[in-house]
Design a protein around this ligand. Structure first.
Ligand code: ATP
Ligand code: MG
Ligand code: FE
Length: 346
């Protein structure tokens, strides 16, 4: 079974080809146009997808060394994401399925992030837990089979990726800041202690952390809470950030990781499942990858970490998800439309 998959939910235009669950090509065009705005501009994303989609699909077919005649189904990201961006990919996939007279498969982006773990040489057995940490989501998912999964915990405010990106923005680093915070954290020590939110059960909260970082910098490192008497001048703040950038990044990253890992430990305890995966853009974070692996060794878990190219947005994860939907005879009608938000609990 050969599947062509298309991903266009945000600011990556991506296409992949897989045959019988094996990825033959995984092409990603990251849109540069958003950098200057410090975040993704939806209308510009749609336009860039329109420019990129034909060359990206072409490149995926070429790299896989196939022609359109070899395609058995066309898959696309149906939700969630930016609606204009999703429309470009879905319209393209529908047209292609119609022209080739092949079935169409619709894929949920967050399910696909989870199933990126099935692309590992030694994939997890079912059931497993997955910590999905991305730009828009932070979830603990209980995955029973490729087509059955349930969110058992999630963020009540910001996503982990947002916490990274907003921290970077406050520090004056360019967008998206997550990878830079990761890079600088390696050079620093986690000497600043940011508070851990008190939130019951398996849910997460990151907005308090963001606020305390904001106050901490406003006070040029004197306090985590708002104190009028400590408000620093612009010059003092800049100097403080410059002198302490690496340690600040290390401290923030350590706190984000401890918030995530404490909930994962609780989820393992509550479910009795000790196969633990990570997924989503933040699973590219080197601190999180090492911490998960070390925690697994200490506590006797089996841990799974996708290759970098399958962590951030990509079409390989859409292809592997579509492959399992193909096997389950789960096809979409040509009348299907994308949606900006949608729960993945079936
Ligand atoms: P969603 O999947 O929730 O719709 P998205 O698709 O925009 O959101 P992804 O592409 O999966 O998200 O991930 C992007 C996020 O990952 C950004 O917030 C980015 O900063 C973060 N990220 C990428 N690499 C790293 C890293 N090394 N360390 C920390 N964060 C990172
Ligand atoms: Mg992106
Ligand atoms: Fe994503």
């Amino acid at each position: 079974i050969t599947i062509l998959a298309i991903e266009s939910s945000c600011d990556e235009t991506a296409a992949a080809v897989c045959t019988d669950g094996k990825i033959l090509s995984n092409i990603i065009a990251t849109q540069k146009v958003h950098e200057q705005y410090g975040g993704v501009v939806p209308e510009l994303a749609s336009r860039a997808h329109m420019e990129n989609i034909v060359p990206v699909v072409d490149a995926a077919l070429k790299k896989a060394n196939i022609t359109t005649a070899a395609i058995d189904a066309v898959a696309f990201t149906q939700a969630p994401g930016l609606i204009g961006a999703l429309l470009v990919g879905s319209q393209f996939a529908k047209s292609m399925a119609l022209a080739l007279n092949k079935p169409l498969i619709s894929v949920h982006h967050m399910q696909a992030h989870v199933l990126a773990n099935l692309l590992l040489d030694n994939p997890p057995a079912f059931p497993f837990l997955c910590l999905t940490v991305s730009g828009g989501h932070t979830q603990i998912v209980l995955c029973e089979s490729p087509t059955q999964m349930k969110v058992i915990g999630e963020t009540i405010d910001d996503a982990a990726g947002e916490a990274f990106d907003k921290t970077a923005k406050i520090l004056g680093l360019p967008y998206p800041g997550g990878p830079l915070v990761d890079k600088y954290a390696k050079e620093g020590k986690a000497i600043y202690k940011f508070p851990e939110p008190k939130i019951d059960g398996l849910n997460f909260s990151f907005s308090g952390l963001k606020t305390s970082i904001l106050y901490f910098l406003q006070n040029a490192g004197k306090s985590n809470v708002y104190k009028e008497e400590y408000i620093a001048t612009e010059a003092e703040r800049k100097a403080f950030i410059e002198d302490n950038l690496y340690n600040i990044c290390a401290s923030v990253q350590e706190r984000i990781i401890s918030i995530l890992m404490n909930k994962v430990k609780l989820a393992v305890k509550q479910t009795g499942i000790n196969r633990v995966c990570i997924a989503g853009g933040v699973s590219a974070n080197s601190g999180l990858r090492t911490t998960l692996q070390q925690t697994g060794e200490q506590l006797g878990w089996q841990t799974f970490i996708p290759a970098f190219e399958f962590c951030t947005d990509n079409a390989g994860m859409i292809a592997i998800t579509a492959y399992h939907k193909f096997l389950a005879n789960d096809f979409a009608p040509l009348s299907i439309t994308p949606s900006a938000s949608s729960s993945m609990n079936a």
